[in-house]
Design a protein around this ligand. Structure first.
Ligand SMILES: Cc1ncc(COP(=O)(O)O)c(C=O)c1O
Length: 313
């Protein structure tokens, strides 16, 4: 795929402006108008433009916690004011609180669906209620292919809905830096106006086009990851000293419930065995929690036996 894209790549020419080649490929893939798609340098690049377009000093951004850290990063970067609503103890949305908090004038509401790092997907009806808020509601669907449903088709029904996705996760193309946002043409027009020329390189755009044309291959990979995720969850649930949460992503949230073992200690012990996990215990509601990415079956087996030994000692 990458080599084929390289063959077509003419490095002497400037890229299609406003990532036109990738916009055309994505709009065809999704069956939406080209005027409804914005493509950026990774989803972080898309968010950078989104926040720069929508925030003035003091503009309010509503997020839930715990969630992906870049929403607060970009809010701070552009001088916005963060309003956070804690998830319920079962990691579901506190919709009443969110609606209450939105009575202030809000510029953006950002919800990660499914949520990183808790790994769950919020009920669609809760998201629909949040869409009644008078603000642009942005759903981050970075992991949606591993989950139960997407709201990308709802951009036709809700003028204030924007859905973001990335090629970093399901396609395994984090290095090419490409993400996109789908919304009504007015949102895309504002974001395009805030974008410098040639912001996404042409090789990335060609790879995106090739990757989308091979979707059935990636779809099979998604099925394999989901099966492996459930196998890994079962194996982890069999270990003493941890609690395993359900997941609709390609990672699993785990709480350590063994006295004397902390995420920091466990991370260090696993590092000694060349296994890397993410310590997320500094986030609200996630004390004693770690995040484990689903790997290949042989890697997951190594992880489970290493974890078992680390929890014993
Ligand atoms: C929820 C979520 N959104 C966005 C991103 C950023 O994606 P990208 O690599 O396209 O910048 C990540 C990456 O970890 C993520 O977890």
């Amino acid at each position: 795929m990458i080599l084929n894209a390289c063959k077509e790549f003419d490095y002497r020419r400037y890229p299609d402006n406003l990532a036109g080649l990738a916009v055309r490929a994505i709009s065809r893939f999704l069956g939406v108008e080209e005027s409804m798609v914005y493509v950026g340098n990774g989803l972080d690049g898309v968010m950078n433009t989104l926040f720069r377009t929508y925030l003035r000093r003091g503009s309010k951004v509503l997020i839930v916690e715990p969630t992906f850290g870049m929403y607060s990063y970009f809010t701070n970067l552009y001088g916005g004011e963060l309003k956070t609503v804690l998830l319920n103890p079962d990691f579901n949305l506190n919709v009443e609180q969110i609606i209450e908090q939105s009575k202030d004038e809000i510029s953006l509401v950002i919800v990660c669906s499914p949520n990183n790092p808790t790994g769950n997907q919020f009920p669609r009806d809760d998201l629909k209620r949040i869409l009644e808020i008078d603000a642009l509601v942005v759903l981050d669907e970075a992991y949606v292919q591993f989950a139960d449903y997407s709201m990308i088709d709802d951009v036709w029904n809700y003028e204030n809905l924007a859905v973001m996705r990335t090629f970093s996760k399901v396609f395994g193309l984090a290095g090419i830096r490409c993400g996109y946002l789908v919304s009504n043409p007015e949102v895309i027009e504002y974001m395009n106006r805030a974008t410098p020329p040639f912001h996404v390189n042409q090789l990335t755009q060609l790879i995106v086009k090739k990757a989308l044309s091979m979707w059935s291959y990636f779809e099979e990979k998604v099925k394999e990851v989901i099966e492996e995720r459930e196998r890994l969850r079962k194996a982890l649930a069999g270990l003493d000293g941890i609690k395993v949460y359900p997941s609709k992503t390609n990672f699993i949230l785990v709480k350590i419930v063994k006295e004397g073992v902390t995420p920091r200690i466990l991370k260090k012990k696993l590092m000694e065995r060349k296994i890397l996990i993410r310590d997320v215990s500094d986030k609200p509601l996630l004390s004693d929690c770690i995040r484990i990415t689903v790997g290949k079956p042989e890697h997951n087996e190594l992880l489970v036996s290493a974890l078992e030994k680390c929890l014993e000692s």
